[in-house]
Write a protein that binds this ligand. Structure first.
Ligand code: HSE
Length: 324
């Protein structure tokens, strides 16, 4: 341990949506659903999982948060083998809202704060991309806002765009889980040049539309031929939602990450929000799928706070402020 080490930190890390349609593995947006992680130097490693949502997640040293933290310490040449970790998450698991990216980013940010922030955010982004392979999710959870990024197996680069304040986000989160692995396995290993060009042009136009606030362009730009057509077979009702949500008030619609959550961008001033909700809910219900609908906003990235002796524990904070 070094004298720059602090005893206890708390991070708050947002969910993320990846791809935004055509920007496969390269566009992401932070969304205001959160996970919290408390991390402290300890005599013996303990992992406290608050709430039912994380049942089954390891609570020993095979825990992902613990392992990622140890990676940070090793990289910094610091030894903190025993940690006390508490976590709570309102981000649904394996639904396409970046829960694993948020865990990785949260663990990196917490461990880095514990060792006096030796690594820059850019360095954390490199580590997160190496671990997660999807810079769109980790970039969004780390930097917040809208992130345009690449990961080329060696390095990651990104630029954060400030989301237009008029953007609201409606997500329909189906009750079933879908692993990223399964959702990637249905995709071809090669694509036609015309489909590659289709995505390049649509993704570029989407970035330009988001960067300049030309919200009316989103419905033309938010279209994809690289992954959604293949993944539609895994999510009944998805193709109808992609084809028709624009008729019910959405600015654009996409599969959120690898799914199964569907995401619609909506003008915050729209008077058709209830109509859109009914369309999303009804279309999935026709396929026998019940879904939880949430209105979200783009938000800032991860934050870390140093905790002092006597600060309230995470369980208390969750009971008082999150679940209240
Ligand atoms: N961009 C990734 C995918 C996100 O669509 O497979 C997975 O988290």
């Amino acid at each position: 341990m070094s004298d720059r080490t602090v005893q206890k930190v708390r991070v708050k890390v947002p969910a993320s949506t990846a791809n935004l349609g055509p920007g496969f593995d390269s566009l992401g947006m932070a969304l205001n659903l959160y996970a919290w992680i408390d991390m402290a130097v300890a005599d013996r490693t303990t992992v406290e999982l608050i709430g039912d949502q994380m049942n089954g997640i390891p609570t020993d040293k095979s825990n992902l948060i613990y392992k990622v933290a140890q990676m940070v310490f090793a990289e910094a040449g610091v030894s903190i083998p025993e940690l006390s970790i508490s976590m709570y998450s309102e981000i649904p698991l394996t639904r396409g809202l970046g829960s694993s990216a948020s865990a990785i980013v949260g663990a990196l940010a917490a461990a880095n704060a514990l060792i006096g922030s030796r690594f820059s955010t850019y360095e954390l982004f490199q580590m997160a991309s190496r671990l997660e392979k999807h810079p769109d999710n980790v970039g969004a959870s780390l930097y917040g806002g809208i992130v345009v990024a690449f990961w080329d197996d060696e390095r990651a680069e990104s630029i954060r765009l400030e989301p237009d304040g008029r953007l609201d986000v409606l997500v329909a989160i189906p009750e079933f889980q879908l692993s990223t692995e399964k959702a990637r396995a249905v995709m071809p290993t090669q694509v036609a040049m015309k489909d590659a060009v289709y995505n390049l042009s649509h993704s570029s136009l989407l970035v330009a539309a988001l960067a300049t606030g030309k919200l009316g362009m989103i419905r033309h730009a938010m279209k994809d031929r690289l992954h959604q057509p293949y993944r539609a077979s895994l999510i009944p009702g998805m193709q109808t939602l992609l084809d028709e949500s624009g008729n019910y008030g959405a600015l654009g619609v996409a599969l959120s990450g690898a799914g199964p959550t569907m995401l619609a961008l909506v003008d915050a001033e729209s008077d058709r929000k209830t109509e859109l909700e009914s369309f999303l809910r009804g279309t999935l219900a026709k396929e026998g799928i019940s879904a939880k609908l949430l209105w979200l906003k783009p938000c800032d990235g991860v934050t870390a706070t140093l905790l002092a002796e006597g600060d309230e524990g995470l369980r208390r904070l969750v009971e008082k402020e999150v679940l209240a």
